[in-house]
Write a protein that binds this ligand. Structure first.
Ligand SMILES: CCCCCCCCCC/C=C\CCCCCCCCCC(=O)SCCNC(=O)CCNC(=O)[C@H](O)C(C)(C)COP(=O)(O)OP(=O)(O)OC[C@H]1O[C@@H](n2cnc3c(N)ncnc32)[C@H](O)[C@@H]1OP(=O)(O)O
Ligand code: FAD
Length: 672
């Protein structure tokens, strides 16, 4: 594999690490990309970005003012958008406009985020999923060609989670064949939509549909909010940016208020329901929640997005840990590389394993999603509830795990990890938002719990369950599992934990209703346990999927690659078994001796993986221009880069800052 040659000598410690690596790095890269041809395609697309000015910021993004950051991000988005439409989509195929490769390449342009991300990320998928064929023909080519730029305006100031509580109204007027969009209250302001504040000229709006005097619940509408020539907001539209946030600093999350704003009837997205010219409401969907389709789609894609973000953080922290030396172990001996500390390995190797676990699970989830779409095309919506339950818990757990692993990577880099130039704070604050957006962590786990409680009751009644919950059929009446210290045994024990927790929830709800509580209150009182049960189910799914997909995907691999991929998966199983010892003690016959043995094996495994650590992150094949990190670049010039970045601080533009003469000196002289 052609590695982009570093311009400088590689740090000697890092160079030695690469010599220690005992597997074929390119083979692992191909596995991660999904095949050799995919690696070639990815590199081709990355080359297009890198040869066209990506990563060329004279002043680092973080040193710009809010306005400058936004304007710079728009400039780069236009260069990038143009490359996407003219060159990259030709390679991926237009149907793969959401390809992870495009997403990954975008990072070569944006350290933080593109104000156009939601255009491709949510606006376009909504058009694809919610339009009739006529509407698709009208809007989609314009959106893909970026003749119109869109946002997804669902959340309001008063409601994000509870979609049924949204207050924006779309009232149909049959005389004019128009909908009137209105924001009746302060809490009905649309709030948060990415790109809505300053960038978008269109948006998809979720609003309560009224026709013939009746409310039919939330539906989607496409709305032009700005003049395409002047970009001025149209009369009846108040639109702006919501203000600085923890991350997303180069984008324009927006607010939007409608004052009796009129749109043509055809602007209701009518794939699943429509309003006839005379105002008659017709529902064609066989499932009530198909208008939520974009959210399901994004939840599915976020699992792969989390893999990518963990792989960036792990690459930075592991390369840095190979370069960094700290603390004498024995007098007069060189200080060890911090990567030699088992505590450091404990923080970091799980990140490599998790990146693989999420990548393989995301491919499996994507295939499940495609199968459900195919079913729905044939009019069968029976598989949707399982997909919703699965995508909800995997979105919740993958974003939450990614966040804590990335924070560990930052801890692993000590003080330098706190520098924006390390890129870890950017990655962290980007991922922090994913735990909330597209469905809050707790809320989504409670969605999965609804499905699990029903499934458990069906298992109790002797019904055969679908694949991801079929373990409930086997474990419904199991009390404590006999501990079996094999890999399959660990996976089974997680299924028994999940089944036990779900069973306990069902019992709590029944006990509470039996003592006179109504079902809603009994459910509410049990929600802490229900979240735990859904998380346990998700862990069982993740462990099982990672293990079985890893074995499948490495069937034809070389022995060394097989070995290291196997070691990572075993590490993942052991890590989670040790994290959940309380649950294992409760639901299996595991003994203190078994757990001590597991701990010993885990520590040995860290040592076995140690020589391959740098090779494993090199296999993620993240070019420096995508990584943007003073600590994580391929050549390991950590200290030189930290100094170079420090010199870029605008505060170093002059030797004395004017504030000295204005304020400090008068203070020193007692003249203030
Ligand atoms: C041009 C240059 C471009 C440069 C950039 C390049 C970028 C490259 C491409 C980018 C690629 C990828 C990046 C992607 C980035 C995305 C960024 C996203 C940003 C964030 C966007 C948002 O946040 S949008 C807003 C999201 N909001 C939410 O998620 C809200 C959460 N709430 C809900 O989902 C629901 O309201 C609820 C699930 C909590 C409950 O809903 P509701 O009250 O209506 O339902 P009920 O409780 O009554 O349930 C009834 C039954 O329905 C079931 N249900 C609920 N939801 C669903 C569903 N979605 N599907 C199926 N079934 C569902 C529910 O379980 C109930 O079932 P029963 O129990 O059987 O009754
Ligand atoms: C960076 C970012 C970008 C975003 N982009 C967009 C966008 O482009 N378009 C868009 O429409 N929206 C967007 N959002 C909004 C996002 O989807 C919502 O913030 C998210 O769905 C959570 O809703 P909320 O803010 O109302 O939180 P709330 O629902 O108010 O949550 C607050 C707390 O209450 C708890 N809670 C709420 N309901 C329940 C319940 N039923 N049971 C138990 N606990 C509960 C939650 O767990 C949480 O702890 C974005 C948000 C962020 C942070």
């Amino acid at each position: 594999m052609k590695i982009n040659k570093p311009k400088h000598d590689v740090n000697p410690d890092l160079a030695k690490e690469r010599l220690k690596c005992n597997f074929n790095i390119e083979e692992v890269t191909n596995i991660i990309d999904g095949g050799k041809d995919k690696t070639v395609q990815r590199k081709k697309i990355e080359d297009i970005a890198l040869n066209n000015g990506a990563s060329l910021d004279e002043v680092p993004e973080e040193c710009l003012s809010i306005k400058e950051r936004y304007e710079n991000a728009v400039r780069k988005s236009c260069v990038y958008g143009n490359l996407v439409r003219n060159e990259m989509l030709e390679i991926t195929g237009i149907e793969n406009f959401e390809s992870p490769v495009l997403r990954r390449t975008a990072d070569a342009f944006f350290k933080d985020i593109s104000p156009f991300m939601l255009h491709l990320g949510m606006f376009v998928p909504t058009l694809i999923g919610q339009c009739t064929p006529e509407q698709t023909a009208e809007w989609l080519p314009k959106a893909l060609d970026m003749q119109i730029i869109g946002a997804y305006a669902q959340t309001e100031l008063g409601h994000g989670t509870f979609i049924r509580g949204l207050e924006t109204t779309a009232t149909y007027n049959p005389e004019k064949e128009e909908f009137v969009l209105h924001s009746p209250t302060i809490t009905s302001y649309k709030w948060w939509a990415g790109g809505l504040g300053k960038t978008a000229n269109h948006c998809v709006v979720m609003a309560q549909l009224y026709t013939q005097g009746k409310c039919h619940g939330t539906h989607l509408f496409i709305v032009k909010i700005r003049d395409l020539d002047t970009h001025m907001p149209l009369p009846g539209i108040t639109v702006g940016e919501i203000g600085p946030r923890m991350g997303f600093s180069s984008a324009d999350n927006g607010f939007l208020r409608f004052d009796h704003f009129r749109i043509p009837r055809e602007n209701m997205l009518m794939k699943h329901a429509k309003v006839e010219k005379d105002g008659v409401y017709v529902k064609s969907a066989k499932h009530g929640k198909l208008t939520y389709g974009t959210m399901v789609f994004i939840r599915v894609t976020l699992v792969s997005e989390m893999s990518f973000n963990i792989s960036k953080a792990a690459t930075i922290a592991i390369r840095y840990s190979a370069v960094r030396r700290q603390t004498e172990l024995r007098p007069n001996e060189p200080e060890p590389q911090i990567l030699d500390y088992p505590t450091q390995q404990h923080k970091l190797f799980i990140c490599i394993a998790t990146a693989h676990a999420f990548q393989l699970t995301s491919c499996w989830l994507w295939n499940t999603f495609q199968a459900v779409l195919a079913d729905m095309k044939k009019g069968n919506v029976d598989t949707l509830p399982e997909l919703h339950a699965l995508s909800s818990c995997l979105k919740a757990v993958s974003t939450s795990d990614a966040l804590s692993h990335i924070e560990q990577c930052r801890f692993a880099c000590g003080g330098h990890g706190y520098m924006l130039s390390s890129n870890l704070p950017f990655i962290y604050s980007f991922v922090a938002a994913t735990r909330t957006y597209e469905g809050d962590y707790t809320v989504l786990l409670l969605q999965t719990a609804r499905f699990l409680v029903k499934a458990s009751e069906q298992a109790e009644a002797g019904k055969k369950l679908t694949q991801t919950v079929s373990y409930l059929n086997r474990t419904a009446n199991a009390d404590r599992l006999n501990w079996d210290n094999t890999h399959e045994g660990i996976i089974k024990s997680f299924q028994v934990i999940a089944a036990g927790k779900i069973g306990q929830c069902v019992k709590s709800i029944r006990d509470r209703t039996a003592s006179g509580m109504d079902y809603e209150d009994a459910w509410l009182m049990t929600t802490v346990q229900l979240v735990g049960a859904a998380e346990a189910h998700c862990r069982a799914v993740l462990l099982n999927t990672y293990w079985s997909e890893m074995r499948k995907i490495t069937e034809a691999s070389s022995a060394d690659v097989k070995k290291v991929m196997h070691q990572l998966a075993v590490l993942y199983l052991m890590y989670w078994a040790l994290e959940k010892t309380g649950d294992l003690l409760k639901y299996s016959s595991v003994s203190k001796k078994d757990l001590d043995e597991l701990q010993r094996r885990y520590e040995e495994l860290l040592a076995e993986l140690r020589p391959n650590a740098v090779g494993l992150v090199d296999a993620f094949d993240l070019r420096d221009e995508i990584l943007h990190s003073s600590l994580g670049s391929y050549d390991g010039r950590v200290y030189e880069r930290l100094i170079e970045e420090a010199h870029k601080s605008p505060l170093n533009d002059e030797p004395v800052n004017q504030s000295f003469h204005k304020y400090t000196k008068p203070l020193m002289l007692g003249k203030l």
